[in-house]
Design a protein around this ligand. Structure first.
Ligand SMILES: C[S@@+](CC[C@H](N)C(=O)[O-])C[C@H]1O[C@@H](n2cnc3c(N)ncnc32)[C@H](O)[C@@H]1O
Length: 229
């Protein structure tokens, strides 16, 4: 049977693409400070659903109003800014391998006077020296989708998708939560990619389901995982 967790390679999987993308968004922001750029999966209300999920689950595992949070592939940092607006005031860090993204997110943070509260740093999460510490909540909105399109393989033949679960496991404490939203992978595929012996599926977020030719599906999936040991 075809392994549907393997996606085609695309320019959306290159750093150059994201540098160009955020360079343009920075330019737009310079011209109009109201324009903080693209909010991925806005049509599905995914960002709000992720925030609502965390809000409704305060007290479960390590989810708390002062939980430390790390946003992987943060882009313009929108998710962290919205979490802050929604009264999550723990230590917040956004990382992205695109320097343009990090500069853009920092410029937005300054404009909101949140540069002391939310930090943004440049990092490629697959670099072996990347070691940001451990967090209560780790977030991914559209980042695995971009990563999967890179086609990058390591010397042992493993792809970036193959090792993603292990990367996440490393930056979580016991009872920390990883919440991911994807438009490329189904819930089942996300579970297959991310679960390890220590990282287990906890909950999924419900989205409207479409039906086509007798097959039911959703265009977007959000799954929460917990580090169990
Ligand atoms: C689809 S965008 C999503 C951006 C943001 N999470 C959002 O929802 O607006 C994917 C992001 O992942 C970042 N990215 C891709 N590969 C990465 C890597 N290896 N390390 C860090 N960031 C990466 C890209 O630069 C881009 O900002």
């Amino acid at each position: 049977m075809e392994d549907t967790t393997k996606l085609n390679v695309s320019k959306l999987g290159t750093k150059q693409y994201w540098d160009d993308f955020y360079s343009l968004e920075r330019q737009n922001f310079k011209e109009n400070s109201e324009d903080t750029g693209e909010c991925w999966f806005n049509d599905n209300d995914a960002e709000q659903k992720m925030i609502d999920f965390l809000d409704e689950n305060i007290g479960s595992y390590r989810i708390a109003a002062d939980a430390s949070m790390l946003d992987l592939g943060t882009g313009n940092g929108h998710l962290l800014f919205e979490l802050y607006e929604n009264d999550f005031h723990g230590q917040m860090l956004g990382v992205d391998y695109s320097e343009q993204s990090v500069q853009f997110a920092n410029e937005i943070a300054k404009s909101k006077s949140l540069d002391e509260k939310i930090r943004f740093k440049q990092a490629d999460i697959f670099q072996s020296e990347w070691n940001p510490g451990k967090f209560d909540v780790v977030l991914d909105k559209g980042t695995l989708d971009a990563i999967a399109l890179s086609g990058i393989k390591f010397d042992d033949g493993k792809t970036v998708v193959d090792i993603y679960g292990k990367i996440i496991e490393r930056i979580l404490e016991k009872d920390s939560v990883f919440l991911i939203t994807s438009c490329n992978f189904t819930e089942e595929e996300l579970i297959k990619i991310i679960e390890t012996d220590k990282l287990k599926c906890w909950e999924t977020i419900k989205y409207p389901v479409f039906e086509f030719g007798g097959v039911k599906g959703s265009t977007i999936s959000s799954v929460a995982f917990v580090k169990t040991q």
